[in-house]
Design a protein around this ligand. Structure first.
Ligand code: MG
Length: 397
């Protein structure tokens, strides 16, 4: 879906509204963990984006669940199409605000690389399996993917991305995990969780673009699947408002329910985008910040207005209760969790069941649980199901 941010209500585009003084500048990047000569034709963030797009983990996103398992239908979002939609929304907003589009794109495309197969069900199961061994958290795993697990370069593990992209990828982090990261990278990407400072505005923006994207596309997928109805959605204020507005202008759409749904979602998306743009400008003006360093010390600046936040939270709550916890979704969830748990147990018993890359590490025994978690987290839905059948002789889902 397209937003034309330059023609939104009250959105006269003006250089005075640009926050470009607060944008991340690739020429001022804090650099990569392993020094590399600059690329002749691309800046640091463009190069990060390209490395992400060419990574193995990125290609796997096409077969990883967002809400609906990949085999449930060809039109549902996957982690890949979700990430593309986050990048599109993020770039639209970044352009209007004068922030760095390349950095937003790189973070958006990488933000879900650490997701397990089977969506949140898979992550919950893996987190349980890892309870005694540091747990499993998908944001941290996304960082592990780009820092360590991708194997493409002769001189280093991972993709060796710039600090700013890595900082955006680690969007949440528990205190205990931040302390661990701080040991291996003092003053690095985890520091802000200990200091309670903010990441770049581009990173803040990606968090919001993520929520705007899934709130909208999960309505679309939820209705398409038949698990949520229009009647239910009309109880949700944010949706009902644009639905009524659309029908008021196009009464004939009552006979064209799909177009009516798309137009409602399109208006909802656009207004959320305009709201973030306006609110962020006014937050920055109010905070009086003039530099990125000052912005990092201020509270979150890229945000919804209080009113939009209330309405967006209500939609999120509705989707949680009515779609993510729908009995039909829960049934696949339970089976997906069983698959993850049984895979985990099988590789613990016999690490040689994993490919040599994982099964022959120098001190495998010491890191066995983490290695198994890394291997399972990287799987696509369908690969995990095939592996489960191979190892247990039973077919789930
Ligand atoms: Mg996401």
């Amino acid at each position: 879906m397209q937003q034309d941010v330059s023609t939104g209500p009250g959105e006269a585009s003006s250089v005075f509204d640009s926050l470009s003084a607060l944008a991340s500048d690739p020429a001022q990047s804090r650099g990569r963990r392993f020094a590399e000569p600059p690329a002749p034709t691309r800046n640091a963030f463009q190069r990060d984006r390209d490395r992400i797009v060419h990574s193995t983990a990125f290609r796997r996103l096409v077969y990883k669940t967002q809400v609906f398992l990949n085999h449930e239908g060809d039109l549902f979002r996957t982690r890949l199409t979700h990430s593309l939609e986050v990048a599109q929304l993020g770039r639209s907003i970044a352009r209007a605000l004068g922030l760095n589009e390349d950095l937003v794109e790189a973070i958006a495309l990488a933000h879900d690389l650490g997701h397990t197969p089977f969506g949140h069900a898979g992550q919950d199961a893996l987190n349980e399996c890892m309870a005694e061994h540091g747990g499993f958290e998908h944001n941290l795993q996304s960082l592990r993917v780009v820092d360590r697990l991708e194997e493409r370069y002769p001189a280093f593990d991972g993709l060796n991305l710039s600090f700013e992209t890595r900082e955006g990828v680690l969007k949440h982090c528990s205190r205990i995990n931040a302390e661990h990261l701080e040991v291996s990278e003092p003053g690095g990407v985890a520091r802000r969780f200990l200091d309670r400072t903010q990441p770049s505005l581009e990173a803040q923006l990606c968090n919001l673009a993520d929520a705007i994207a899934y709130n909208a596309h999960d309505i679309d997928d939820g209705v398409r699947s038949g698990l949520i109805t229009l009647q239910q959605l009309l109880e949700v204020e944010l949706f009902a408002h644009y639905h009524q507005q659309t029908l008021g202008e196009h009464p004939d759409l009552v006979h064209k329910p799909r177009r009516l749904l798309y137009e409602t979602i399109r208006r909802m998306l656009s207004d959320q985008v305009y709201d973030v743009i306006q609110t962020t400008r006014s937050n920055v003006a109010q905070a009086g910040v003039k530099t990125l360093a000052e912005a990092r010390q201020a509270g979150p600046l890229v945000a919804f207005s209080a009113d939009m936040k209330t309405r967006s939270d209500a939609l999120k709550k509705f989707l949680f209760a009515s779609l993510y916890r729908h009995p039909q979704v829960m049934q696949t969830t339970l089976q997906a969790q069983q698959a993850v748990r049984e895979l985990f147990a099988a590789y613990l018993r016999d690490p040689a069941g994993m490919p040599a890359d994982f099964a022959t590490g120098a001190d495998l025994q010491r890191h066995l649980h983490r290695t198994v978690a890394d291997y399972i987290a990287g799987m696509t839905d369908r690969f995990a199901l095939r592996e489960h059948e191979r190892l247990t002789g039973r077919r789930l889902l």
